[in-house]
Design a protein around this ligand. Structure first.
Ligand SMILES: NC(=O)c1ccc[n+]([C@@H]2O[C@H](COP(=O)([O-])OP(=O)(O)OC[C@H]3O[C@@H](n4cnc5c(N)ncnc54)[C@H](OP(=O)(O)O)[C@@H]3O)[C@@H](O)[C@H]2O)c1
Length: 393
């Protein structure tokens, strides 16, 4: 059950060689998107074991940041509750946070990521009118959401940024939900106005948002072409995403393959989280919609507008992180529709098989930097003892 009061936030990343401060702001907002799955622990139990956390005391690459095994406990406040972290999403943006390549110092008190949900210390929470009025969780509820500092045993999280984790999902799967899935859903449905039968071309189709976009487009009745950077990733987007076709977008003239696959029609929708819009326009359909999702390739792409005119197309963007501010109703609608699809099994979040532990957060982030991961890479903080995990054994 999803309540209207429940809402989370979005995320992001990448080696943005030419991204300056204004863009850093956007990515800061997006970065708050890493996700995590947690559980609401026993509200009366305020005794915790020692607290492990990746604490940033000086800026460095995450592989150089040791795990603090006696970190300060997070504190609940008028709008924050304490949650126990089970799994946390890995996002490239965390590399920026720990290395201070963006101006986030005040936010960097301790940690690089986000994620969270709530837990224990309800006594303190009950003093808050806002929380006690709206909080609809019980101790032991499984939730997902985001909050900075989630590479840790526990984190203080805003209750508004938490949603109930569907029963059929493991914590690892939940850790990849928060930003990734609503971004892809709204990009395709809200911005791309996807219709059953459309040809959808997804760039980086084996990546986090890419694989979600492939699954969603298929579930919504589109014909999907996954574009990936290697034969292995082409296989991933077919096997785990259900893509009808796959092409390697690092090979010359890959657009001709797309035209051939679509019998010359071209792609009605192009979903691009890398910065390959201009390339992709060579195979866009008449009245096609190209969606700018991100710049994983490291450069903010520039586009000659004559192409937009000559191709008779629309180029549109998605910034999921701002929806709860500018369009809260749509924010709720997207989550409601998306969670229905997940709960019914029409789509299924895919976790990168190499799951990292808290001691190896840096290794996980390095794997993302090196473009080795596919699906959603996660950190497992504590073992998953849930029904969903047992069912998958
Ligand atoms: N607009 C929004 O609201 C929103 C929300 C979430 C994420 N995003 C953005 O979407 C982008 C992708 O996010 P993600 O979570 O899907 O990341 P991801 O899981 O790491 O996937 C990114 C994929 O991009 C491709 N890629 C191409 N050039 C790359 C490079 N130089 N370095 C690394 N990867 C490169 C890789 O696929 P191949 O090897 O197949 O090329 C990689 O798997 C990010 O820029 C993120 O900030 C935007």
């Amino acid at each position: 059950m999803i309540y209207d009061d429940d809402l989370p936030h979005p995320a992001s990343r990448r080696p943005f060689n030419d991204i300056k401060e204004s863009h850093a702001m956007i990515f800061c907002l997006l970065s708050f998107t890493t996700v995590i799955s947690l559980i609401i622990s026993n509200l009366s139990d305020t005794s915790f074991s020692s607290m492990r956390a990746l604490v940033v005391t000086k800026y460095a690459h995450p592989t150089q940041i040791p795990l603090d095994k006696d970190a300060p406990e997070p504190k609940p406040s008028s709008d924050r509750v304490i949650v126990e972290v089970y799994s946390a999403g890995l996002n490239f943006f965390d590399v920026y946070l720990t290395s201070s390549r963006v101006l986030l110092s005040s936010l960097l008190l301790s940690i690089a990521s986000v994620a969270q949900t709530f837990v224990s210390t309800m006594k303190q929470i009950s003093n808050s009118a806002a929380v006690s009025l709206h909080l609809r969780r019980r101790p032991g509820d499984r939730v997902f959401g985001f909050s900075q500092g989630a590479y840790a045993d526990r984190v203080a999280a805003n209750w508004k940024q938490m949603l109930p984790l569907p029963r059929n999902m493991t914590y690892d799967q939940g850790a990849g939900l928060h930003i990734t899935w609503p971004t892809s859903y709204e990009a395709l449905v809200g911005r791309g106005e996807l219709k059953p039968g459309d040809w959808v071309l997804v760039i980086a189709a084996a990546g986090g948002v890419g694989l979600a976009a492939v699954q969603l487009a298929k579930a919504l009745g589109a014909k999907v072409i996954g574009a990936a950077g290697s034969p292995e990733k082409m296989e991933i987007c077919k096997r785990y995403g259900g893509a009808d076709f796959a092409v390697n977008y690092t090979t010359p003239d890959w657009q001709k393959e797309v035209r051939a696959i679509t019998n010359g029609h071209g792609a009605d929708i192009i979903y691009d989280p890398v910065g390959r819009i201009r390339d992709s326009l060579k195979c866009i359909a008449w009245k096609g919609r190209a969606i700018v999702v991100g710049f994983a390739g490291g450069q903010i792409e520039k586009l000659p507008l004559n192409l937009v005119l000559l191709k008779n197309i629309a180029v549109t963007g998605i910034f999921w992180g701002a929806y709860d501010v500018f369009e809260p109703e749509r924010y709720h609608t997207v989550w409601r529709e998306l969670l229905q699809m997940i709960e019914s099994g029409r789509v299924k979040p895919i976790v990168y098989p190499e799951v990292f532990d808290l001691e190896h957060v840096g290794d996980g982030l390095r794997a993302i930097e090196e473009r080795r991961t596919w699906g959603k890479a996660v950190v497992r903080v504590r073992p998953d003892d849930s029904e969903a995990a047992r069912a998958k054994l």
